[in-house]
Design a protein around this ligand. Sequence first.
Ligand code: F1P
Length: 346
Amino acid sequence: VADCLRGRVNADSGHLVLGGLRDYTEKLSKAKRIVIVACGTSWHAGLVAEYIFEELARINVEVEYASEFRYRNPIIKEGDFVIAISQSGETADTLAAIELAKSKGATILGVCNVVGASIPRASHAGAYTHAGPEIGVASTKAFTAQVTVLTQMAIAVASKKGTLHEDTFRRLLFELERIPSKIEKVLKSDEKIREIAEKFKDARNFIYLGRGYNFPVALEGALKLKEISYIHAEGYPAAEMKHGPIALIDAEMPVVFIATKDSSYEKVVSNIQEVKARKGIVIAIVTEGDKLIPTMADYTIEIPAMHEALIPLVSVIPLQLLSYYIAVMRGCNVDQPRNLAKSVTV
Ligand code: F1P
């Protein structure tokens, strides 16, 4: 992530430097609609991007699973922008979605990790995440790097469009520069996360809940646990709990809340109360210094405070570590999970 940020955000001059996208910032700022296509973890990064683009740049964004988009007859018009996100740059579903969108006249922007891969080659322009190779099959640092690049794109487009107040622009750049040190701080909770993993390594099910920017993080936390530990896990928007998942909650059910101090905080606090009233076990990711949630939750992991649009970059880290430790304790091969391929090319 530090590599991804270095040389790309120049906080002193207040400029964003997104090499391959420079010529498209102006065009994107006039876009009526952006469609994001991706699979798996990259799709979750796309959901974070939807929230950020809509909030900062006020552009309508739709996020599509490439594996569905490619088989239907989506409405794509000339002038639409399609952002294709992929770690490997070789995912067959995402490539097919690109070709379909291109045939309907869309401009394709690729966000990819592997230089020269098929997806960047099929795109009109794009940005590399430069996260380095993923050693394991399940995407981890790719998510943080993708969200970083997409956030920078949204900031650049919003500032060109004039929808971003100068103070917010400067604050976001300032805070983006400090994300690596915040991640390092979270990594110091390693031992605590290991202890939580020890308690839940034999669980059969998990629920992950978050609101706003932390909803895609809940999905990603659940996916990581499924992928590498083979425990059944579901991610939901916390507000959806009452529409179904609440039926699953009992004294055996660990519920992971991403409950940081942001605009959804009060609502998430009531969701935690609802789970506790049903004797569910609450593991909460909270903002450093939070005094309330630790009195309600069974376990808490702190992350530093930051602008809410940047929280996913950091709140995902303890969830990745939790999955990692649970998987290791269950004797799973975290680098090569069963049935998963590094790039899904069929
Ligand atoms: C998409 C993806 C990964 C997942 C696994 C299978 O890959 O779903 O998110 O962790 O490796 O493929 P990509 O298009 O981002 O390379």
